[in-house]
Design a protein around this ligand. Structure first.
Ligand SMILES: [Zn+2]
Length: 146
């Protein structure tokens, strides 16, 4: 058997997929997304500190192939894919309590951030008694069946 060594980006991406699958087994089957292991220069031209990106046009997730990108980055980008492909970027007006600084950018970043935190909590069997967590659970409940 040939042992294939996964790259950093592939490792964090597959860990993120495993976490999403444990929480919402339907999601992975419904969204299309592929991984590119470098950030496109067009994105870096706008902001050189970007460590992940999602292209709605190509349904691609971009991650850095080094420690700048983490499992959290991968979950955030998967959050964008879910928001785009399953909800057409609907503004759910998530409760502002516990909103991250980056989530204040706009409703798309807020969804991606809320998705990331919700998956991290659910995967670790932590349930936070806060409104945005309940909202996220309600939004995604359709996709929880196997
Ligand atoms: Zn984002």
């Amino acid at each position: 058997m040939i042992k294939v060594e996964l790259s950093h980006a592939e490792k964090i991406y597959s860990k993120a997929i495993e976490m999403v699958n444990k929480c919402y087994p339907m999601i992975h089957r419904l969204i299309i997304h592929d991984l590119k292991t470098e950030i496109p220069f067009q994105v870096l031209e706008e902001n050189e500190n970007v460590n992940g990106a999602y292209s709605p046009d190509y349904k691609l997730i971009f991650l850095c192939n080094d420690e700048r990108s983490t499992v959290h980055t991968a979950l955030h980008e998967i959050g964008h894919a879910v928001h785009h492909q399953l909800f057409d970027y609907k503004d759910f007006k998530l409760n502002e309590l516990a909103r991250s600084d980056y989530g204040k950018t706009n409703h798309r970043e807020d969804f991606a951030e809320a998705f990331l935190m919700h998956i991290v909590h659910m995967y670790n069997n932590i349930e936070l008694p806060i409104e945005r967590e309940k909202q996220m659970k309600e939004i995604l409940k359709l996709f929880s069946m196997k």
